[in-house]
Write a protein of this length. Structure first.
Length: 202
């Protein structure tokens, strides 16, 4: 009678296989995170462009942007943002969330800034943007704004709609934004992991 000799895998062989599987999984997770971040960047740029266009077209006939505030703009009849992103629509405490889970804030410009009179423009602020997505969003929104500033701060540091630009100015009249200037503002030496992007929209 013949006996078949069956041999199992050694501990070293199993360890090597597990190490290879771990490397593949780690690579896949990093790839998925990168894809999700890219998708959210595209969503933020698209929703900001749509919102800014809608705000301008709905308020262009008014003497100023005094009504460019969260209470007015989140009213269902305005159709500025997707209703699923709005909480407390039409109230003084209305909030709009962005694709990264941070907030979107809009308020009239409170003081004259670089030749733009108070009330003749509005501040569009996007908070909670991960540092890794900041440069792509800033570059994508460059054509929309007259001025752009970036602050490296945690999302909860903003309690109400800013009426002026926050952080480091990376674009203003006569100063063009570059990827380098955006990168330095997005990730300074002390990095919170999150950024706030403020746009001055005339």
């Amino acid at each position: 009678m013949k006996h078949s000799s069956q041999r199992g895998y050694s501990l070293v062989e199993l360890s090597i296989v597990l190490a290879i599987i771990a490397v593949v999984i780690a690579g896949a997770i990093t790839g998925v995170q990168s894809i999700l971040r890219s998708n959210n960047v595209v969503k933020v740029i698209a929703s900001t462009n749509k919102a800014a266009s809608s705000i301008t077209s709905k308020l262009i006939r008014e003497p100023s942007y005094a009504n460019a505030n969260m209470q007015t703009l989140t009213n269902a009849s305005m159709e500025i943002w997707d209703v699923r992103d709005i909480t407390g629509a039409g109230t003084p405490n209305a909030k709009v969330s962005n694709a990264f889970g941070g907030q979107v804030w809009v308020a009239p410009l409170a003081a004259d800034w670089n030749g733009v009179l108070a009330g003749q423009a509005y501040i569009y602020t996007i908070s909670g943007v991960p540092t890794a997505a900041c440069v792509d969003i800033a570059l994508g929104l460059d054509p929309l704004a007259a001025d752009i500033s970036i602050g490296n701060e945690i999302p909860t540091s903003i309690a109400s709609a800013p009426t002026g630009l926050r952080g480091t100015s990376i674009k203003s009249p006569g100063v063009n934004m570059t990827a380098l200037s955006a990168g330095l503002a997005c990730a300074p030496a002390v990095n919170t992991g999150y950024t706030t992007i403020s746009l001055l929209v005339p």
